[in-house]
Design a protein around this ligand. Structure first.
Ligand SMILES: Cc1cc2nc3c(=O)[nH]c(=O)nc-3n(C[C@H](O)[C@H](O)[C@H](O)COP(=O)(O)O)c2cc1C
Length: 342
């Protein structure tokens, strides 16, 4: 029987399938089902500072509507303050107390001081680790990449100093050199990396001539960038490599391990196929390992990572490979390449 166990930010996991942050995990009954299906850990939905700010602002606005009320009304309905992050943290604590598997809290803030304040409060719920969701949707043309990275490094260092539990960072793929960013973050204390977040992209409704905001679910080809970075980073960093985006079935997860990831996060797969899909993914992974004679993940982890390969094409200028396919040198390495195209 194959053993799928792995380690995530120093935490032992029974297998590499972690449920990533999404609205799915806010429903405790979903979480119990996911745990029963074999999910190894869950990341709770991010606590967004902006959402708390918006809610506080909306509440203040609403209360201001009644500021002309007489004293009697005011004493019956006193001005209430917004509870800030307390509601989110309360729900997170319930999840942590309910599940047996590790629970990871996720944060996305705007101000440095709030990152630290919320991180400390989140750690107090008893979560096993924190994930800093460095989702930056930059629209300021004056802001340089260096500024953005420096800000994130400052936040990471400050949070790392403030809490004792392990910290992972979840990055977008849109850095000029994501490899360098990962190295710098590791030097600043990150214990692991979730690569990569799928950025939220609004669409346009042509009939209504307005934006709309559908859930962006991944398809299988979206996993290629995570696959490439797992392979590039394997044995180049000490921290945990967690592949994310486009991992829809057991074979996608196995490919990530073979490239060099320690674990994976899945979200779209569960939205599209239901909670039972986690169990199916695990069974498919075990079956593949049995057929191929692997007893543990370590036996094939990183087998196709850059450090273990002679193939000069796999990790270099991938966008040109399609063109190079016709060249003699490429055909020497891949004599069968392209057969299915022509
Ligand atoms: C509805 C929805 C809500 C999400 N909410 C969060 C969130 O709160 N925090 C976060 O870091 N990622 C969030 N994500 C991103 C997912 O965690 C994940 O990174 C992304 O969906 C890519 O993984 P997948 O291909 O398995 O879906 C959300 C995704 C979806 C679809």
């Amino acid at each position: 029987m194959s053993d799928l166990s792995t380690t995530y930010l120093g935490i032992p996991l029974k297998n590499p399938l972690v449920v990533g942050a999404s609205n799915l995990v806010t429903d405790i009954s979903n979480l119990i089902k996911l745990e029963e299906e074999g999910a190894a850990a869950i990341v709770y939905k991010s606590l967004f500072e902006e959402q708390i700010q918006l809610e506080s602002y909306a509440m203040e606005e609403e209360q201001n509507l009644y500021e002309d009320w007489d004293a009697e009304h005011a004493s019956i309905f006193p001005m209430l303050g917004h509870a800030g992050p307390m509601e989110h943290l309360h729900k997170l604590k319930i999840v942590k107390d309910t599940l047996q598997i590790p629970v990871i809290g996720s944060l996305n803030c705007v101000n440095e001081a709030t990152w630290v304040e919320y991180a400390v409060k989140m750690a107090e719920t008893g979560v096993d680790a924190l994930e800093l969701n460095f989702y930056a949707n930059v629209i300021d043309p004056e802001k340089s990449e260096e500024d953005i990275i420096d800000e994130q490094l400052r936040v990471l260092k400050a949070v790392k100093e403030a809490v004792e539990i392990p910290i992972s960072v979840k990055l977008s793929p849109f850095y000029t050199n994501a490899f360098r960013v990962v190295k710098k973050m590791e030097a600043s204390g990150a214990d692991g990396f979730v690569l990569f977040n799928r950025l939220f992209q609004p669409d346009i409704d042509l009939e209504k001539e307005e934006h709309h905001y559908p859930y962006n679910f991944s398809s299988a080809v979206d996993s290629r960038i995570a696959l490439r970075y797992a392979g590039l980073l394997h044995k180049q960093i000490h921290g945990t490599i967690v592949s994310n985006t486009g991992i829809l079935n057991g074979s996608d997860a196995l490919k990530m391990i073979m490239a060099g990831a320690d674990a994976t996060q899945i979200v779209s797969a569960i939205y599209k196929r239901g909670t039972s899909h986690v169990g199916k993914m695990l069974r498919d992974m075990e079956e593949w390992m049995d057929i191929h004679g692997y007893k543990t993940l370590d036996e094939f982890k990183g087998k196709l990572a850059k450090v273990n390969m002679n193939d000069p094409f796999a990790y270099k200028r991938a966008q040109y490979v399609d063109i190079l396919m016709k060249s003699e040198i490429f055909m020497q390495y891949h004599p069968k390449a392209g057969e299915d195209i022509y």
